[in-house]
Design a protein around this ligand. Structure first.
Ligand code: ADP
Length: 284
């Protein structure tokens, strides 16, 4: 008979490892002349057992992450859905007595469905890129051009919030082997975050330069900044800094997408310099 079990063991450094253990007793098979049995053995029946330990730490971590992911997605979807449902019921029950109230209810339904749409779009983007089904078309491109396009796209949003959005781009041609769509998306997400998490009247600067054998661009803001713990967590899916949630709507999927685009699609690196209250710099 065989048995399997999963156990958690700590190594000397205190790290946890998961193992799947399969145990099997070794049957005494005897044979025609009992040749498998040591001559002088008087043991009858089982001769011992073999245990095989397989390290499944990685598997366990993925399982846990998937479960957390599903639970976060469901949670994120429940809130807008509940509110759409509540307002539809109010309308259906005739609780909106006048045109103005009806319009207010419809406004809430509209904004909540938009929120759902945004969440689903972001999720699809992320999973398509993660699954590698997005057409990545890497070719030599001018980094400055890409950044300028992103800045121009977001200039109206900056003006709306009275934030000065400026560029300080290298006078040199910075050629990068990049996929246009995803790289633009990464730049847009970083600049739009800088605008979202910077109070009115602040400044956001987009810079580029060449450094040794690499090309660098950064987005610097005078916004709310990040604590050392939050700096480590903002690249996790759905992570949003609690105290800043009221500043802007969001899904917590923007930065995980950026990290994926920069590191996995383009083999680059992304890092954050930040101090609470003093602003942040996201450097690629
Ligand atoms: P969101 O949709 O919430 O903006 P992101 O993944 O883009 O999701 O960002 C995750 C969290 O990181 C944000 O909710 C915010 O708390 C924090 N964050 C991102 N960019 C900045 C920034 N430039 N300054 C301060 N905090 C930021």
């Amino acid at each position: 008979p065989s048995r399997t079990a999963e156990v958690k063991l700590d190594d000397e450094a205190g790290r946890q490892h998961w193992f799947r253990i399969s145990c099997r007793t070794l049957a005494d098979e005897g044979g025609a002349n009992g040749s498998r049995k040591p001559a002088n053995s008087n043991i009858v029946g089982n001769q011992g057992a073999v245990a095989v330990l397989t390290d499944i730490t990685h598997e366990k971590a993925i399982q846990k992450r998937n479960a957390e992911f599903v639970s976060s997605v469901s949670h994120e979807m429940k809130t807008p859905l509940a509110s759409v449902r509540a307002y539809v019921e109010l309308l259906a029950d005739g609780d909106a007595e006048d045109e103005a109230t009806r319009e207010e209810f419809l406004g809430v339904i509209h904004s909540q469905t938009e929120r759902l749409q945004r969440l689903i779009d972001n999720l699809l983007n992320l999973s398509r890129i993660e699954a590698g089904v997005v057409n990545v078309n890497k070719a030599p491109r001018a980094l400055n051009e890409l950044l300028e396009e992103a800045v121009n796209l977001l200039q109206p949003a900056a003006a709306h919030k009275r934030i000065t959005l400026s560029t300080d781009l290298s006078p040199l041609y910075l050629g990068v082997l990049a996929d246009r769509d995803t790289m633009s998306q990464a730049a847009i997400n970083l600049i739009s975050n800088a605008l979202k998490y910077t109070p009115e009247g602040g400044r956001v600067a987009v810079r580029s330069r060449s450094a040794d054998d690499s090309v660098v661009f950064e987005v610097q803001d005078t916004g709310v900044g990040l604590s050392p713990e939050d700096k480590l967590k903002v690249f996790e899916k759905f992570y949003r800094v609690k105290k800043d949630q009221q500043m802007a709507s969001g899904t917590g999927l923007g930065l995980p997408l950026v990290k994926h685009i920069i590191e996995d699609v383009h083999g680059g690196r992304i890092e954050i310099d930040s101090e609470v209250g003093a602003g942040s710099t996201f450097r690629v």
